[in-house]
Design a protein around this ligand. Sequence first.
Ligand code: DC
Length: 223
Amino acid sequence: MTSTPFIIAIDGQAASGKGTLAKRLAAHFAFAHLDTGALYRAVGVTVLRRGEAPENVEAATAAARSLTPEDLDVLIQDPEIRSAEAGPAASKVSAIPSVRTALFDLQRNFVTHPPGGAAGAVLDGRDIGTVICPEAPAKLFVTASLEIRAERRVKELQNSGKTVNAATVLAEMRERDARDSGRDVAPMVPAPDAFLLDTTTLNADQAFATALAFVQSKMGLTP
Ligand code: DC
């Protein structure tokens, strides 16, 4: 008999450091990792490539329905989903209820059957602890000040060779925060049992150490 996978749910704001944390926790425990933002980014980019607006319900729903579990590995590596346009497009398609419904089973399937037979899974996004995995024993909600997050995103885009306007990045991030937390369906809110981690003054190693200690406590392990 195989035991139920151990789920680590990580939600939080754009560029809060949740993705890095999720990757490091997954590597530490040899768990599978799903960046759920990549799903919404892929939907957003597909709609833009088809010349449609991300707010177009039919186009976005069709793009979401066409994603399969087999697409996941390729999708995560696609540099286009990390472009400056992909974030806002993802945020817009993610406010459409039928898009979220179309991506639900894909995410649940990952949780119940982590790829590679892993003993657990780490998912990061906006609604993992509240909607996708309310049963997860370890939930984190990661935040950082708007200025620090915009600075991090500018560096990330510059490191990938892109020319960026810092003021535009900050304005788009502010708008995205408001849209992600203000939408009617699955808004970005901490689950009542989530551990709140503010990374404003933490470097990646400090954030990881704090998150690891929390997860280990939920696993009944002594750090
Ligand atoms: O985490 P990210 O920046 O890659 O996410 C891109 C957008 O996708 C984000 O602005 C909101 C949306 N998203 C969501 O609504 N639910 C998730 N679980 C993950 C992302």
